[in-house]
Write a protein that binds this ligand. Structure first.
Ligand code: 25A
Ligand code: L14
Length: 339
């Protein structure tokens, strides 16, 4: 459990990655009460320096003995590292907020979006999981609808940016785009096929039944966060050649009917949601506008009259911020508030 203090020793594990860098800048931006910031990554980044509040902090190699004296550790260095190092950190009395998929479905580990299920933070045992990026932005929007009229079934298709995969994927999209525009050969190292000027219906690995892990995360994590196993979710997750910001087409079936105006009122009143829905003026959420922003943007809100109580929504958010680093920092802020 976190003790109430004026400020905390905070660590970022995977600090040089796409999410880790964002964690460092969000801690600074939000004036998180940091007494000391310690940065860790793999040996590749040893000695690299990163700026925090005007100071340069040296990145150190992550080893088992670094966690003593750390109050809060934000992890984003891949699932394998989290599986190994999070329990070691927790044993040292450090509260781990883990952005990987390693611990999310563990019944001993709360899976938290602070605006949705802050109550789950009360029973953590040293590790708290940050949900998947696509799950977070969808569930933030489902929550007020679920509370009002109960969500029965969700059909979601995602349009996910390459930054979710990390820095190497962002370089791959940039390099392929540049190569193709110069009539040069392209290289595919991160994704199995060309991602520039293409769309890949494949995120994370394929599982039995033909679904990808990413699709199953959306199904299982949604139920766990909303604390309702009866919600039926089916997903198709797709990679698009966008650098930053995930988009989602979400079809929702509810128990009771809501008009479009009622949905807009519900969403507008919920923290962190911005309704951008004015088709006459071509206003709808776009990933290039959501990039760098904290909110979840919703538009194209329509009734689906193929069922009795149906809705169609278009949901966009910055996957590195609300989808990852921001949600993790907000979890830490909530823990302090509750301490
Ligand atoms: O292991 P997994 O589960 O497959 O996940 C690893 C991948 O998932 C991304 C991460 O992106 C990486 O590509 N990732 C992590 N969490 C994620 C999440 N929640 C996530 N994606 C989505 N959602 P990344 O490359 O942007 O960030 C990786 C960070 O983790 C650090 N790291 C890696 N191994 C580590 C480690 N830290 C401690 N111990 C280890 N054993 C990593 O630090 C980075 O901070 P780094 O020093 O390894 O990387 C610094 C730069 O080097 C580049 N790079 C990464 N891998 C290689 C590489 N360069 C050459 N060869 C490589 N094999 C990175 O681009 C980074 O800029
Ligand atoms: O957090 O976009 O489980 O490739 C891992 C794959 C996040 C997205 C996670 C991707 C995901 C990531």
């Amino acid at each position: 459990m976190l003790k109430k203090r004026d400020s905390y020793v905070v660590a970022v594990v995977g600090a040089t990655g796409a999410v880790g860098e964002e964690m460092v800048s969000i801690l600074q931006e939000r004036r998180f009460p940091v007494k000391e910031l310690r940065l860790f990554a793999s040996e590749r980044s040893e000695g690299k320096r990163m700026e925090f509040k005007g100071d340069l902090i040296t990145v150190r190699t992550l080893t088992e003995d670094v966690f003593r004296g750390i109050d809060i550790a934000l992890f984003s260095a891949g699932a394998e590292r989290s599986r190994h190092f999070a329990p070691i950190a927790a044993k040292e009395g450090c509260v781990v907020i883990d952005n990987s998929s390693a611990w999310r479905m563990d019944p001993e580990v709360p899976l938290v979006i602070p605006e949705v299920n802050p109550q789950d933070l009360t029973w953590h045992k040293g590790i708290i999981a940050n949900p998947n990026c696509s799950t977070i932005q969808m569930v933030v929007v489902l929550k007020p609808i679920h509370d009002a009229v109960r969500v029965k079934r969700v059909v979601v298709t995602t349009f996910q940016s390459v930054s979710g995969t990390g820095k190497k994927a962002m370089e791959e999209l940039l390099n392929q785009t540049t190569a193709l525009l110069n009539f040069k050969e392209i290289e595919c190292k991160v994704y199995p096929y060309q991602i520039a000027f293409n769309v890949l219906p494949h995120i994370d690995s394929f599982m039995d039944g033909g679904y990808t892990k990413e699709e199953l995360k959306m199904v299982n994590e949604t139920k766990k966060i909303l604390g309702d196993d009866t919600i039926r979710v089916t997903a198709t997750t797709v990679r698009v050649p966008v650098f930053r910001g995930h988009s989602e087409s979400v079809n929702v079936e509810t128990e009771k009917k809501l008009t479009v105006d009622e949905v807009k009122d519900l969403l507008q009143a919920f923290p962190g949601i911005v309704v951008q829905d004015d088709p006459e003026n071509n206003l709808y959420p776009l990933p290039i506008e959501a990039a760098g922003r904290d909110e979840v943007f919703v538009g194209r809100i329509r009734e689906d009259d193929t069922v009795e109580c149906g809705l169609n929504l278009w949901i966009v958010s910055d996957n590195l911020r609300k989808g990852a680093a921001l949600n993790a920092v907000q979890i830490a802020e909530k823990l302090i508030e509750m301490a």
